[in-house]
Design a protein around this ligand. Structure first.
Ligand code: FNR
Length: 187
């Protein structure tokens, strides 16, 4: 494996003008040296069925391959009805199966999110952290990146203009890359 830390960004929204995808694009501008960030899109993943888990669709096979090849995961999740979007949970479930073949185990991860409300996906992020416990994904605790009032803090080109949030994303990325290096050394 190269010395570079490869981060896989997962946007929990399929929306073309998604604020959360825009957060991942912001993260691409703020990466620490020696790290890269590719974005995985969830479009086209069918609803999970345990009957299909031994023979998953190509998109799911690709998703698992991309997770396994990554040194770290960066989730950007919207909040839907106080939780993570069903599409994101569905994709996470696929990649955790079949039993004994989860792609998630031991991955370091960071979570951020943007929403229209002041609370900036706080409730969804705590649900995602809970899911990560069972997945054995090691989530960075701080800083918490909860970007509220999204319609006011992105410009017309989808650029995040809120400097405090940009700084928090930069710090989160530094913590994630440091954790990934640490785990690599420990292997
Ligand atoms: C929302 N939204 C929302 N926002 C929030 O802060 N808390 C919530 O519980 C919800 N619930 C919710 C449910 C559903 C079904 C939708 C479609 C939306 C609004 C949400 O913050 C907004 O649509 C964001 O723009 C979604 O993120 P993306 O798509 O811009 O990344």
């Amino acid at each position: 494996m190269s010395q570079e830390i490869r981060i896989l960004g997962i946007a929990g929204s399929l929306r073309k003008a998604s604020y959360n995808r825009a957060l991942l694009k912001t993260a691409q501008e703020l990466l620490p040296g020696g790290s890269t960030l590719d974005i995985f899109e969830l479009h086209g993943i069918p609803v999970f069925s345990e009957d299909e888990e031994q023979n998953p669709p190509e998109k799911v096979k690709d998703f698992k391959k991309r997770i396994r090849a990554a040194d770290a995961i960066l989730f950007a999740t919207p909040e839907y009805n106080y939780s993570i979007p069903g599409g994101l949970k569905n994709a996470i479930d696929w990649a955790s199966r079949p039993y004994g073949d989860s792609a998630w185990i031991g991955k370091p991860a960071a979570i951020m999110g943007a929403s229209l409300a002041r609370t900036g996906t706080a409730r969804a992020q705590y649900h995602l952290r809970q899911v990560c416990v069972y997945l054995d994904v090691e989530v960075i605790n701080k800083p918490e990146v909860m970007v509220g009032n999204a319609s006011e803090v992105f410009d017309a080109n989808g650029r995040l203009t809120h400097e405090t949030s940009r700084k928090a994303i930069q710090e989160l990325l530094q913590a994630l890359v440091a954790r990934a290096h640490l785990l690599r050394t420990a292997k």
